[in-house]
Ligand binder design. Structure first.
Ligand SMILES: C[S@@+](CC[C@H](N)C(=O)[O-])C[C@H]1O[C@@H](n2cnc3c(N)ncnc32)[C@H](O)[C@@H]1O
Length: 267
């Protein structure tokens, strides 16, 4: 049973900085680009100091919200909602009947809820969950036949759901490697993210230098899988990888994985 998060209060870790001298030195380079991250920053956008490092800039988040949508999609789950960059963009497209944003850190989730309000997301358009996305996802997928109790979340229908994951890019810095080894990404590597999402269609927001061979190799070979989208039946599973650029520089890539089913007995 997954509970909806209540509206959380902003805490002393949530900040809306208005003067450079108040901003911690390690964030100052991001604060200068605050209006590129949230065009409505001045309306009172709140971020924890950690959130500055990982928030998806608004133009990129908007574009991803368009690109991830498929005609059958009614639900999008943002597994790492952070301060709300992507979750808000999903809600503002109006494409999705249900937008679920999961965040483990209460301070960051409070920022995301506040940012959604001031960005004009209608009340109730986003279902927020305070918890570990790996646990939450497992529960939402396992409960398909149960009717939800008051204050809990309806289970996911795998045929109409797409997952989005923008995990922390911890471990060895991706800027120090020509090709970023996704097996070393911390605390969640490519394998663990893919295993949590598979076989639902999912999009992974990853460093721009991510190893494309690793992204391809994680998909089981054609002989072992069947594509679940009937429009592409008979095709080999393939992934789409998009570099999202601002001012000529890539901010990140997104690997779009289709829905695939492992075939019984395949070795
Ligand atoms: C890179 S940030 C996401 C940024 C987000 N896309 C945005 O635009 O604001 C990663 C977030 O995942 C959260 N997180 C890390 N592990 C998590 C987990 N297991 N479940 C849920 N959230 C998690 C972190 O607290 C952090 O806020």
């Amino acid at each position: 049973m997954v509970l909806k998060a209540p509206s959380l209060p902003l805490t002393e870790k949530c900040h809306h900085y208005t003067r450079l001298q108040d901003v911690p030195w390690d964030i100052q380079k991001y604060w200068k680009g605050r209006h590129k991250i949230f065009s409505n920053y001045n309306d009172g956008i709140n971020l924890t100091d950690d959130a500055w490092f990982g928030v998806t800039p608004e133009p990129v988040a908007r574009r991803i919200a368009e690109d991830i949508w498929m005609p059958e999609t009614t639900t999008v789950v943002d597994m790492f909602a952070g301060a709300g960059g992507n979750t808000i963009a999903f809600a503002l497209t109006g494409y999705y009947g249900r937008v679920i944003g999961i965040e483990r850190d209460a301070d960051t989730l409070a920022c995301a809820q506040e940012n959604a309000r001031i960005s004009g997301v209608p009340e109730g358009a986003i279902t927020w969950v305070h918890g570990d996305c790996f646990v939450v996802l497992k529960e939402l997928r396992a409960e398909l036949n149960l009717s939800p109790a008051e204050g809990t979340i309806e289970p996911l229908d795998p045929s109409t759901t797409v997952l989005f994951a923008s995990p922390p890019w911890g471990g060895v810095s991706y800027t120090s490697q020509a090709v970023y080894d996704l097996s070393k990404m911390e605390p969640y590597n490519l394998q663990s993210l893919h295993e949590a999402c598979h076989p639902l269609p999912h999009a992974l927001y990853l460093p721009r230098t991510s190893d494309l061979q690793q992204l391809a190799d994680i998909l089981p070979p054609r002989a072992k899988t069947k594509l679940l989208d009937e429009n592409t039946e008979g095709s080999a599973p393939s992934i789409k990888v998009v570099q999202y650029c601002m001012h000529g520089f890539s901010k990140a890539l997104v690997a779009y994985y289709p829905a695939v089913e492992s075939l019984a007995g395949a070795t």
